[in-house]
Structure formats: C-alpha cells, structure tokens
Design a protein around this ligand. Structure first.
Ligand code: 26V
Length: 812
C-alpha cells in the first residue's frame, strides 16, 4: 500500500519540498508561483492517494451496485481549496507554506478553474459527484476533457467578446492521464449481415476511428477518507489512421485527419438552450458515452461477468439527453459484440439507464436528423428504428390504431429526426425532473402520453447544491458562526440548520450574522476592485442576478426595474434619499450565436455606465456587471448578496440552483413561482420570500386568451417611461436605434411576458425596500432562510436518487 505523508506541518513541508524539487525540478528559491502551485497540488494529491487507490480497489472487488453518471458537462470550479477542505489539511498547508516563506493565498490564486460546463446542468453534476463521494456511494463520473471550456467573457464597448479558455495552458496538476487504457471509438461506414455459425448477425464496418484517452481526477469525500473518480475522455488520433495515410505518402492529409479526430474534445459547445444539430456535437456525445460504456463493461467488470446481471452492478444516469446515444450503444455492445438475443439485451438495457430532464423549453429538446445520425452511426440508427418499431407495436396493442397518438409518441419525428428525450424515456427505468413543479409539468405537458403509457416511470428529484463548496468554502464566516452556535456536523447533515431557528430573534446572533454579511461584502468589494477596478459601496443593499443570459430568465425585467428607479430620481419625481441605496450586480454569459441575449448584455452595460456616472443618483444606485461570471466569482458574490433575483417566467426555469445557494447564504429571494423557487418559498415561509408575478396556470391562461404586451405598457406609466427612455437613446448616446430591437421585441412579442409581470415586480421591490428599512426584521428573515433551506443540500438530492431511482446504498 502507498504511504501517506505525515499529517503534520513538518510532514507537509517535507512532502512539499520533495514535490517542488523532484516533481518540478526547481529549488524553492528559484521556483515560480506556478511551480509552487503545482507542488502544493501534488502534495494534497499525495495525501489522497492511498485512499483513492483503496476505493478504486474496493469498488472493483465488491459486487455492489454503483452509479455511472454520464454528463457532457462538469463545471468543477477550483480544486485546491476543495481538496484541502476534504482532507482537513487547510491549516496545516497554510502553516507549512509559511514555514517555506510562502503565502497560501498567493499560491491558490494561480489556479484556473476547469470550466467544463455551461451553467446549471454542469454545476449540478459537479455538486452531485461531491455528494456521492461524501456519502460513500460507489460511483464514477464520466465526461469529456474539453481542451477549451466555456469561453472567457470580456466586454468591449459594453459588448460581449469571447476568448478561448485555455485552462490547460500551464498544465493541470489534478489529472492523471492513462494513454495505455485508451479505447478505440468508431464512426461512419456501413453495416452488414453475416453468418455466425448458422445465426445471422449484424456487424458495423466503420470508416474511421479515434482514440479516447482517459484522464482520471480525484473526487474526495468530505472528512470521510473516501475518494471517488471522475474520468474524462480526451480524443487522440489513432496510430493506424495516421499510418494508412502516411504510407500513401500524403503527409498533409495525415495531419488533417489527425486534427479532425482530435477536434472531438477540443471545445465545449457554449450553447445551452438551442441545439444546433451540429455533427461535431453528436461526435462528442457518442465519443464519451461509447468510451464510458466500454470502460465499464470491458475493463471495470471482471472478464467472466454474466451480463444478464449488469443491472445489479450499474445504473447509467443520463444527465439530460446529451448521453442518450448510450442507449443504442449498449444494445449494440450486447447484441453485436457480446452476442446476446435482442430481447435479453433490451431487458438489460431498460434497467441500466435512467434519465434526468433539465428543461421545459421545447426548443432545448435535442433531436438528431436521421440522415446525420445514420451517416455517423449507421448501426445505432438501425437499432433506434427497431426500438421504435417495437415500442410503437406495444402502443398499438394498448391503444389500437390511434395513429395520432402513434405519431405523437414516435421516437422518430414526422420530419425524420430522432427525438432523444423520447428515446431516453422509452429506455429509461425512471425519468425525473429537477424540481416538483418541473416534474409535474414534464408529466402533464411535455410527455403526457408517456406518463400514461409508463405508470410509475416518472418521478421528481429536486436539485441541490454542495454545502462544502457553497457554504463552508465560500462563506467561512457564516460557517464559523453556525458551528459556534449549533456545533459541528451540520455540513454533512444540513437539515440541522433548523436549529438556527432558535436564534432568529437572538440579538447577539443577529449582530454576528450581520457582521458576517458585512464582511462578505468587503471581501467581494476587494475581489471586484482587484479583477475589474470596481468600487462597491458597503452600505448598499446588494441586489444580485447571476445566471446565463436568456430571455426566459428575464434580465430585461430586472433592467426595467433599475431604469424605473433611475428615472424616478433623474426626473425629480422622488428625491434620492427616498430610495433604498442599492447596488445591482449582474453576471451572465450569452451563447455566442444568441443575438438578442448579446444585445441585452450590451444594454445592461449601457444602463450601468449612464447610472454609474450620473451625479443625481450618486451614492444611491450603482450597476456592476463584472465580466466572466464563473464558479470562482460565484463563491464571492453569493455570500455577499442581500437579495437574490429569481425572476424567470413561471413554467420556464426547470429548477435553478443559484436560488438555493443564495438562500443558504442568507439572501432573501425575490422570485416568481417557478422551478425550485416554489419549494424554497414553501420552506422559508411566505413572509420570508418576495413572491410576485403570474403563476404557471395564469401564464398558460394568458397565452390562450392572447397576450398583447402593449396593453401592459398602456396600463403602467412607469413601464412606458422606462421603455421610452431606452428608445430615446438615453443609454446609447442619443441614438435610439441601438437598442430598438430589444424594445420592439418586448413591446410587440415579449415571448416571456416580462411586461405582464412588471407592475407586480415593482410592487414586490417596494416590499423589499420596506423590509430592508427594518434591519432587525430583514436579518430575522435572512436567518430563517438559512435555517430552513437544509433540504437543498445535494446530499439530500443524492439520497433521493438512491431511494427512488438507483438503489445503490453507500459502501460502508
Ligand atoms: C442544452 C444544450 C442544448 C444543445 C447545445 C448544448 C447544450 C448544453 C446544455 C444544455 C442543457 C440546458 C439545460 C440546462 O442547463 N438546464 C438547467 O439545469 C439546471 C440543473 O438541473 C436547472 O437548475 C436549470 O433550471 C435548468 O435551466
């Protein structure tokens, strides 16, 4: 067994210097900050290594069932602090560095976060693997090692400009590449029938291959000695590929082919709502899923394993439709490679997958044109057709020749595209939504025929967030206060936060709680000063909206509120001292091809620069939009916030997870009855939540009656003034045409009904002001938010998945 270094300052120093000298090949005196960061990471790894190897061995040797989480995205955030926390080495490391004449703070600042995800879905996967490790559940995360993660956002003249995220430029100390364990992944070609000792079988004759090289990452549990694995695949050209072309003497062509193959894991697709049907994306999906299934079936399972028992060993959890091509892939492996009967293989496959849906937007549901899919994966298309034929036969058996229903339920759409969500629903043992409301709408509105056909298949698991990263690491002050008040243990048993209810009216606790918030604001102020040159007033209500830019999330509604506040003062209708001093903070990336979202970003910046430079509102209103919102920045913004903006049109936000992070850090929510907001409000109580806007049934109702945004403009003078201000060019140097597309889209279409909810939103903001004016009442409500949101720990989400879907108890 591997020897762990001594968990003492001396032990740490010795190991650290060894890693600096032997690992980096430098002396302490000549080392760069990068050397020091790498040596520190290596040292932390050394403490985790023995446990990791032991867990890998145990998970292989036991017959216990485990989870294989299939996700195209993992938005991990920085690793160093998290791994120090998990091992309990933070203080030792800090002291050891001091002993070496170094500062932990300087060294940790060097880490570039792996941004291998777009937003909520990718961050959720990262929270889930943290919780699985902390619960001790046998599991492995599979995904893609993108060479470039989510783009780096900059602003030029207020407009978003994307830059490549070269997170690997200086190397990553957290990964363990295993080129010797590479899998060959095939594409293209055709299928043919052949005679296999009297049995007619099909085989796939592909036309090109790529190598999938696994990179392993440690996923340590919190203070439990467990370390799980995240395995991300990187694409490399195969030798054979090169040789063939090289032998033909065409060097250029060989290099081109290699580049083509290696493109597969080159870059994360930065779109998260409108699938483009891009061939490269399907290549990415099949690439990582085929590698993962083969890894599990051919390498992790013993070679004599009876595949009929596969469902007793593994559940492949499909994180949205991105890995759904795994369904026909497992069928192909079982039928073509392992030579099982189709029915037996289908029986196994149906038990081995479960599907999580993360959206309600119809345009976000992935479909693949059959010709594209057939060109890239001809055998898989055949398998999908057969799955569909047999499924529709069953539907006919149940419902007769109800051709309308058959058309509705077919995995193949009328225009010949494969509906991946339907395939996942037919194949999955369970299908879940990510919040109560979302799961209900999924059953009633998105997949009602399937709910009727498969009773018991649909379920809910409300999302959660890891309290280790989003409370303990992000908010050490609050964490200390909680531990001082209710004792340790809450970080892995978050329902215990309830015990804080007893302190909701305790004067001393109030003071300490407020001091923590004030200190978090100062930390944020320092961060924004350093990274963006901003100044943050420390006596303002901090009003925060951070999330991807999307029309359904309604950043424009937030902007209309800001403009209304600004207009009220600028026009002299209210005096500055009549408004609550507020700093509005935005964070949002727009998909590079999403023109309207980019215009809205431009408008936020334009409003910000006018508001921030107008002496009439100085000291009262400020708008800050730090570029490149990411996990690292979230860890500073969330603990500092007073008010959390969760203002999507009801029925559009599947869950939201930022909403949970804010509430757990003592921000109050202003929000619609959407996604997990519903559950937050139920838990914290109406009086501790600012609800506004139409409910989902009201939205549906207005939609059927016919929505005319102009009616709402006419009915509210403040709204028409705010829109006029934008049209007049007040935020664009007098040129009204710049933001005309945003305004006219709102007035004439407003697909997400921002104008319909405006009046009620402004009224709710007035309630915010009123409560904030009573600091005791506000603090009480904030404390109760923390106390009552323990439910939103991702540990609870994992227990729900285990009980309702996976049936994979922790390994003790
Ligand atoms: C979709 C697509 C479509 C094809 C192009 C690439 C791509 C990449 C990601 C996605 C996923 C979009 C769905 C998503 O992120 N949903 C969010 O999931 C969160 C976790 O469940 C949830 O809190 C958010 O409400 C939901 O919007």
């Amino acid at each position: 067994p591997v020897q762990s270094p001594e968990p003492t300052v001396d032990g740490f120093v010795t190991q650290y210097l060894r890693n600096l000298n032997n690992g980096r090949g430098v002396a302490l005196s000549t080392s760069t900050v990068n050397d020091r960061y790498f040596a520190l990471a290596a040292t932390v790894r050394d403490y985790l290594m023995a446990r990791w190897l032991e867990d890998v061995r145990r998970q292989r040797s036991t017959q216990a069932k485990g989870v294989a989480y299939l996700s195209a995205e993992y938005l991990l955030g920085r690793q160093l602090d998290n791994n120090l926390l998990a091992t309990g080495l933070t203080d030792i490391a800090a002291e050891a560095l001091v002993a070496c004449g170094l500062d932990l703070e300087d060294v940790r600042a060097l880490e570039v976060e792996p941004g291998l995800g777009n937003g909520g879905l990718g961050r959720l996967a990262a929270c889930f693997i943290d919780s699985l490790a902390t619960l001790g559940v046998p599991s492995i995360g599979y995904g893609i090692r993108y060479e470039y993660g989510i783009f780096r956002q900059t602003f030029v003249d207020g407009q978003q400009v994307e830059q490549a995220d070269s997170w690997l430029a200086l190397g990553s100390p957290w990964e363990f590449p295993h080129p010797e364990a590479a899998q060959t992944i095939s594409f293209g070609g055709h299928t043919e029938q052949y005679d296999d000792e009297g049995v007619t079988r099909t085989r796939w004759v592909p036309s090109w291959n790529v190598l999938a090289v696994p990179y392993n990452y440690m996923v340590p549990g919190y203070h439990n000695g467990r370390v799980n694995t995240l395995r991300l695949w990187s694409a490399q050209a195969t030798q054979g590929f090169d040789l063939r072309v090289f032998n033909a003497g065409d060097y250029q062509e060989a290099v081109r082919a290699q580049t083509y193959a290696e493109n597969i894991s080159k870059v994360l697709y930065p779109e998260d709502s409108t699938p483009q049907g891009k061939e490269l994306r399907l290549q990415q999906q099949y690439f990582f899923v085929a590698a993962s299934i083969s890894d599990f079936v051919n390498l992790i399972l013993p070679s004599d394993f009876d595949l009929a028992k596969l469902p007793d060993r593994v559940i492949f959890q499909l994180n949205d439709t991105h890995p759904v091509i795994g369904v026909p892939e497992l069928m192909r492996v079982l039928v073509d490679e392992k030579k099982l009967e189709w029915d037996a293989a289908w029986q196994i496959t149906r038990q081995c997958f479960a599907y999580t849906c993360h959206t309600l937007l119809p345009e976000a549901l992935e479909v693949w044109p059959a010709d594209l899919l057939g060109r890239l994966l001809p055998r898989h298309l055949e398998i999908i057709y057969r799955i569909n034929d047999e499924f529709l036969d069953e539907v006919r058996e149940r419902f007769g020749d109800d051709e309308e229903r058959i058309r509705r339920m077919s995995i193949i759409s009328p225009d010949g595209a494969v509906r991946m969500a339907y395939l996942a629903t037919v194949a999955g043992s369970k299908v879940n939504g990510v919040a109560e409301l979302h799961s209900q709408l999924l059953r009633e509105k998105v997949l009602p025929d399937f709910d009727e056909f498969f009773p018991g298949k649909f379920t809910n698991v409300t999302n959660g967030v890891t309290p280790r990263r989003f409370i303990r690491l992000a908010n050490p002050g609050l964490s200390r206060l909680i531990t001082d008040t209710i004792g340790p243990g809450w970080l892995t048993d978050l329902d215990r936060l309830r015990e804080l209810e007893d302190y909701a009216d305790d004067t001393a606790f109030h003071a300490a709680f407020r001091a923590v918030k004030a200190s978090n604001k100062r930390v944020l102020a320092r961060t924004l000063a350093d990274r963006d040159g901003f100044t943050v007033a420390d006596d303002h209500l901090l009003d925060v909206m951070v999330k991807r830019l999307h029309e359904y999330k309604r950043q424009t509604l937030k902007l209309l509120h800001i403009i209304t506040e600004y207009d009220a003062i600028a026009s002299g209708r209210v005096t500055p001292d009549q408004v609550t001093p507020r700093t509005f903070v935005f964070g949002a990336k727009a998909a590079p091809g999403y023109a309207m979202a980019k215009r809205i970003i431009h408008l936020i910046n334009a409003v910000g620069s006018v508001v921030n430079s107008d002496p009439r509102v100085e000291g009262r209103l400020a708008v800050l939009f730090p570029p490149n919102y990411n996990v690292t920045l979230a860890e500073r913004v969330v603990p500092a916030a007073d008010l959390s903006e969760q203002i999507s049109l009801a029925g559009k936000e599947a869950s939201g997870t930022g909403n949970m992070k804010f509430a757990l850090n003592g921000a109050l929510t202003i929000g619609t009855d959407d996604g997990a907001n519903v559950e937050i409000r139920e838990l914290v109580g109406d009086e501790n939540f600012f609800l506004f806007g139409m409910s989902e049934p009201e939205v549906a109702d207005l939609q059927t009656r016919g929505y005319h945004p102009i009616d709402f403009v006419r009915a509210d003078e403040n709204l028409s003034r705010a829109l006029d201000l934008v049209s007049s060019g007040a935020f664009s140097g007098g040129d009204g045409s710049v933001f005309e597309p945003v305004v006219s889209n709102l007035i004439h279409h407003d697909p997400f009904m921002a104008l319909a909810d405006y009046t009620d939103y402004i009224a709710a903001q007035k309630r915010v002001d009123a409560l904030y004016a009573d600091q005791d009442a506000w603090t009480r409500a904030a404390i109760l938010n923390v106390a009552r949101c323990g439910f939103f720990s991702s540990d609870r989400s994992m227990r729900d998945y285990i009980d309702r879907i996976w049936h994979t108890p922790p390994l003790v």
